[in-house]
Design a protein around this ligand. Sequence first.
Ligand SMILES: [Zn+2]
Ligand SMILES: [Zn+2]
Ligand SMILES: [Zn+2]
Length: 143
Amino acid sequence: MQVKGNALTLLKQNGYKVTKQRRDMLLYLSQFQHSYINVTAVDGHMRALYPGMSHNTIYRNIRAFAEIGIVEQRNRGEQATVKYQCDFEHPHHHHFICRNCGKVIELAMCPLDFFSKQIPDCEIDSHNFELYGLCGTCKQKLK
Ligand SMILES: [Zn+2]
Ligand SMILES: [Zn+2]
Ligand SMILES: [Zn+2]
């Protein structure tokens, strides 16, 4: 199995060694490119593969992957979730998320410009934008 996208290049460019552990972690994460999983599931998977790997190391790697755009992180309340980058070409993007199956669909446009024009005297330094609903399959199924 190969690591998807240019994840390994990004690691190297940002000064991280491509260790066997990081590669295995990315292979596992790349199975979740269209839905979020709990960070605790990644932790569990890695500790089953490498019993000596500490929680700390696993969480630190996830944070590093998120910082350099290999994974997308999302926190809802206490739950930290993560998914593999859906678009290495456009790491900044937004999602539609299906309420029923959790499917994540990438949106082509960032609405930031639209809103920043409405408040020209303010400086926006972060934003969150997500759409929710039913994906095509769930919409059919639940009809
Ligand atoms: Zn995405
Ligand atoms: Zn769905
Ligand atoms: Zn945006």
